[in-house]
Design a protein around this ligand. Structure first.
Ligand code: ADP
Ligand code: MG
Length: 225
């Protein structure tokens, strides 16, 4: 999968009842399959806005987003949601696991849309394998409240992987973790990128984590450098 941002700008406010703010200014960026990229920058500089535009969760004020050559502004919400579900995995600062579901149920949430039984069975065994691979194989029946923050975040990474995405977008994925858990999550994401060739774009304050990525950008005053 290739995502291209072409001359993307994003502004908030209208200058009348809310101040006009140009958060992203004329950004062009191409993300090719398997690549790894970190975006760093001060709080409030627009990192999440950029990531959300990349993930089709938000739309730019001007400019074009293309996924595999297709201008996504020509798609409706259902089509965009379909692309997200099939091709992109999201990891956020908070794990956003549902407290009333156990780990395996949480991980399988993005697969509920599958109505074919054999596909569902395959997803289940894949979920088990992935949970084992991140050291949570004996915790699958436990609920998020019974696990540490780092364990929950590992499960959230597994959930992001369950539909075999081509791209993972991670917004400060280690931002709420202690140093040891942060390192584990960083290594896990990096391993997925290298071994499974899943492209990785992450926003982070950690120079350690940014250093694991092939390309590093600084977002400042609306520009990527
Ligand atoms: P970062 O992730 O780098 O901390 P964000 O992308 O969340 O920054 O936000 C960038 C700027 O855009 C901030 O000043 C924020 O207040 C503003 N902003 C974000 N979302 C909205 C919104 N929905 N309406 C108005 N301003 C927003
Ligand atoms: Mg942010």
């Amino acid at each position: 999968m290739i995502i291209e941002l072409e001359n993307i700008s994003k502004s908030y406010g209208n200058g009348v009842d809310a101040p006009l703010r140009h958060v992203l200014v004329d950004i062009s960026l191409k993300i090719e399959s398997g690549e790894s990229l970190a975006v760093v920058g001060p709080s409030g500089c627009g990192k999440s806005t950029l990531l959300n535009i990349l993930g089709t969760l938000d739309q730019p004020t001007t400019g074009t987003v293309r996924i595999d050559g297709e201008d996504i502004s020509t798609l409706n919400d259902t089509q965009r949601a379909g692309i997200r579900n099939r091709k992109i995995g999201f990891v956020f600062q908070m794990h956003h696991l549902l407290p009333q579901l156990n780990l395996i149920e949480n991980v399988l949430l993005p697969t509920l849309i599958l109505n074919d039984k054999s596909q569902r069975n395959a997803a289940h065994s894949r979920a088990m394998d992935l949970l084992h691979s991140v050291g949570l194989g004996d915790r699958v029946k436990q609920h998020p409240g019974q696990l540490s923050g780092g364990e929950c975040q590992r499960a959230a990474v597994v959930r992001a992987l369950i539909n075999q995405p081509e791209l993972i977008l991670a917004d400060e994925p280690t931002g709420s973790l202690d140093q040891e858990s942060a390192e584990q999550i960083g290594n896990l994401l990096s391993k997925i990128n290298i071994e499974q060739h899943v492209a990785l774009v992450l926003v982070t304050h950690s120079m350690d984590l940014a250093g694991k990525m092939k390309t590093k950008y600084v977002l400042n005053q609306g520009k990527l450098k």
